[in-house]
Design a protein. Structure first.
Length: 227
């Protein structure tokens, strides 16, 4: 059976991805900052391997890649992310917080994708997925809010678009997704869709990806999104 690796798998979309992939018989490599007391992740039935990983700690990333040497990863999901402080305008910006969000949302997906590129290239499906956001769309931005989160996701789209070009010769498919406005801790209870709907759509779209899709930005249902 195929293998999926999911960062930030202990809650929200990451947890639901782990649950659905495991239910379909996949081997799930689930990472989270604290592997002790992971809550619901520990209750998922199936071949679920939990590893501690702070995605902003590059030494930890390299160590896990080394520990998993020889493991083929069909789908690598850069899911871990943070929103950062809300409601900040240009005049009262917390630049230290902005840097932390960039480290998590922008730098980490590239580091992880690079560290695990050999694992992905050794698989049958060869897919790298990064959970982005419609808030990354420059063409779709009409408000003056959310500098920090929007910029981190716009930047990761560019970073992973470049990475897609770098690994194209290895047959790796690299795609960015908006998961929808989802009822998670980040999205809030008033969001449009639940986690099951989002992840079901994501998984269906991921399953159908081909090399011609690499470097693109999609909605969870497969609709192309504006840059």
């Amino acid at each position: 059976m195929p293998t999926v690796m999911i960062t930030g798998a202990n809650r929200g979309l990451g947890l639901e991805q782990a649950r659905q992939y495991a239910a379909d018989g996949w081997t799930v490599i689930a990472t989270c900052r604290n592997p002790i007391g992971v809550g619901e992740l520990a209750t998922i039935e199936g071949d679920v391997q939990v590893h501690g990983l702070d995605v902003t700690d590059h030494r930890q990333v390299d160590r896990l890649a080394s520990d998993l040497q020889g493991t083929a990863i069909d789908v690598l999901v850069n899911n871990a992310g943070i929103y950062g402080p809300r409601g900040m305008g240009a005049a009262d910006m917390d630049y230290a917080e902005w840097e932390q969000v960039l480290r998590t949302n922008t730098l980490s997906p590239l580091k992880i994708s690079t560290a695990f590129a050999d694992h992905v290239a050794a698989s049958d499906q060869k897919k790298v997925v990064t959970i982005s956001s419609i808030m990354a769309s420059i063409g779709g931005t009409t408000s003056g809010a959310d500098y920090i989160y929007r910029s981190s996701k716009a930047a990761v789209n560019m970073v992973m678009r470049i990475f897609a070009n770098d690994v194209a010769a290895r047959g790796i498919i690299c795609v960015m997704f908006h998961p929808g406005w989802v009822q998670t801790d980040m999205g809030g209870p008033g969001a449009d869709i639940d986690e099951v709907t989002s992840v079901t759509g994501l998984r269906g779209t991921i399953a159908g990806l081909t090399t011609s899709d690499s470097g693109e930005f999609f909605n969870y249902d497969g609709t192309s999104l504006p840059w």
